[in-house]
Design a protein around this ligand. Structure first.
Ligand code: GTP
Ligand code: MG
Length: 194
């Protein structure tokens, strides 16, 4: 995929703040610190357009990025971050659900899961909720550079069992090395053409 332009558009915590631009949109969801912002940067060949960080809870608002003037990646705050106060967590949850359910431009979701670990309860809850709401969802297993190649298939198969999906469903990815980038673009282009 050739990237000709990428720019930050807006941040939002409520629908009135979403960009008015009508282009296909793909949202990133996943645990805090799993690499959602890094995924966006890798896809668009930018180092830090979407701000990343070593500490979980870096992204706190819905952040919209326009790519090639033709599609938007929405960076979504991560879930499962214990240090966020309970009341705050409820607000985030509402904000995320509202966005995922009401955003007309949304074509689908990329759910990131750390390839090193089994999906958490929250990962499963999110995945099955998206299925239930009939929101198209791609599963991307990221941080693949952190395990040896020989272990990849076993991790993929353990994660697939937990999510009840075929082995061919998830994409193996690394923001560090760019592994899986082209395949991810192919899948995303297919998603937004529907
Ligand atoms: P929140 O905004 O807190 O929800 O986190 P996030 O999901 O956006 O994670 P972010 O992209 O900020 O990455 C968190 C940390 O993981 C950063 O230190 C990244 O450099 C690192 N990271 C992300 N993806 C990868 C990857 O594929 N491989 C490796 N080795 N590190 C990664
Ligand atoms: Mg982030």
């Amino acid at each position: 995929m050739k990237i000709t332009s990428s720019e930050y558009l807006a941040s939002a915590v409520k629908p009135e703040q979403y960009p008015e631009l009508v282009v296909p949109e793909v949202a990133l969801v996943g645990r805090s610190n799993v690499g959602k912002s890094s995924f966006i940067n890798t896809m668009i060949n930018r180092k830090n357009l979407a701000r990343t960080g070593g500490k979980p809870g870096k992204t706190q608002t819905l952040n919209f990025y326009l790519v090639n003037n033709s599609m938007i990646f929405t960076d979504v705050p991560g879930y499962g971050f214990a240090k966020v106060a309970k009341s705050h967590r409820q607000t985030w949850r509402k904000m995320i659900e509202e966005y995922l359910l009401k955003r007309a431009n949304l074509k689908g979701v990329v759910q990131l899961i750390d390839i090193r670990h089994l999906p958490t309860n929250e990962d499963k809850e999110m995945f099955f909720w998206l299925l239930e709401k009939q929101i198209p969802v791609m599963v991307v297993l990221t941080k693949a550079d952190k395990i040896s190649k020989g272990k990849v298939q076993k991790h993929v198969s353990d994660i697939c069992k937990q999510l009840n999906i075929p082995l061919s469903y998830p994409l193996v990815f690394s923001s560090e090395t760019g592994l899986g980038r082209e395949e991810a673009w192919e899948a995303i282009l297919e998603l937004i053409q529907q």
